[in-house]
Design a protein around this ligand. Structure first.
Ligand SMILES: Cc1cc2nc3c(=O)[nH]c(=O)nc-3n(C[C@H](O)[C@H](O)[C@H](O)COP(=O)(O)OP(=O)(O)OC[C@H]3O[C@@H](n4cnc5c(N)ncnc54)[C@H](O)[C@@H]3O)c2cc1C
Length: 299
């Protein structure tokens, strides 16, 4: 029986753990079998405040984990498979808790083509806001046809000399204004009715091959075909939006609380807009402070 259980171990989960541990809530973090979250799959993170030379993703996550442990958070690297939020205390696998913070994150949808997994973090990327500055005078391919793909193309072209947008259909699903900006840009070329067959490269991305056999030299491939929040186990327990993200913000006293009093959520699992380490960490902090206040008020 715990006061607080945190599910997940990305920037949101570890930050919640740091705040909750320092507030003497003795949190248990169920970190997942593959702990540390999305930043474990990247190299240098340049936009994390406080590290002007940049910090390697896995190193940043190790620091966060050890910081949470230093203040007394207990961490178990296991995947939660079943929760019952219908009554308090809540049940999370074999554990019980007065309050829960969900920080299970989201993952980018992948094309599922050869070379993609192997070159992830070495030219295959899922976050243009994060990586665009690395593409100064380089060539980038963006795969996708919605707002995210257009935003990524426009973010990249600020640095890259050429962006190729690969669209599966014959039109963009993006808002009209975004689509127009992309289509009018002289250095963004759109390949309509085109699909990536494979991503080629050794140590890093060198080219893409399309299903029609055409090959294109490139320094990077950005996947902008959507995200999948990790909310499968919460489906019948809390309200999710139509894309599967957790809904919070219904209670103005506890902005990070879900529709179930005492269950909070933070990070990419609630956020289909910003999806940054710093925003996830900020929300993790908010969720821990909300949980602390809520636990005090129900005493
Ligand atoms: C390759 C790459 C590079 C990036 N680079 C940057 C960057 O430079 N700067 C930046 O700001 N952002 C970057 N991002 C985005 C950033 O990583 C995310 O916004 C951030 O990690 C989200 O944090 P989170 O805590 O919400 O979730 P996540 O980091 O997704 O962590 C979720 C955690 O929950 C665990 N989990 C899931 N389900 C369960 C379960 N059932 N039980 C227990 N645990 C579970 C997972 O194993 C994972 O450890 C990058 C993302 C990627 C993929």
């Amino acid at each position: 029986m715990r006061k607080l259980i945190i599910i997940g171990s990305g920037p949101a989960g570890y930050t919640a753990g740091i705040y909750a541990a320092r507030a003497k809530l003795e949190p248990l973090i169920l970190a997942g079998e593959i702990h540390g979250g999305q930043l474990m799959n990247t190299t240098v993170v340049e936009n994390w405040p406080g590290s002007k030379t940049g910090i390697m993703g896995p190193e940043l996550m190790r620091e966060m984990r050890e910081q949470a442990q230093k203040f007394g958070a207990e961490i178990i690297d296991k995947n939660v498979v079943k929760v019952d939020f219908s009554k308090r205390p809540f049940t999370i696998d074999d554990y019980q808790a007065e309050a829960v913070i969900i920080t299970t994150g989201a993952s980018s949808l992948m094309l599922g083509v050869p070379g993609e997994k192997e070159l992830l973090g070495r030219g295959v990327a899922t976050c243009a806001v994060c990586d665009a500055p690395f593409y100064k005078e380089k060539i980038a391919v963006v795969a996708g046809g919605g707002d995210a793909a257009c935003e990524d193309s426009l973010a990249l072209i600020k640095f890259a000399k050429q962006v190729y947008l690969v669209v599966r259909r014959d039109s963009l699903r993006a808002s009209k204004i975004m689509a127009e900006r992309v289509m009018k840009h002289p250095r963004i070329k759109i390949f309509w009715n085109t699909q990536v067959k494979q991503i080629l490269g050794g140590q890093k991305v060198e080219a893409v091959e399309f299903t029609n056999g055409e090959k294109l030299t490139t320094d990077g491939v950005f996947l902008a075909i959507g995200h999948q929040p990790a909310t499968g186990i919460f489906k019948s327990q809390i309200d999710l939006d139509f894309k599967g993200y957790i809904i919070t913000g219904l209670n103005k006293d506890y902005p990070t609380m879900t529709g179930v009093a005492g269950v909070f959520a933070a990070g990419d699992v609630v956020d289909h807009r910003y999806k940054q380490a710093i925003t996830a960490a900020g929300m993790g902090c908010m969720a821990a402070l909300d949980a602390e206040k809520w636990l005090e008020n129900i005493k």
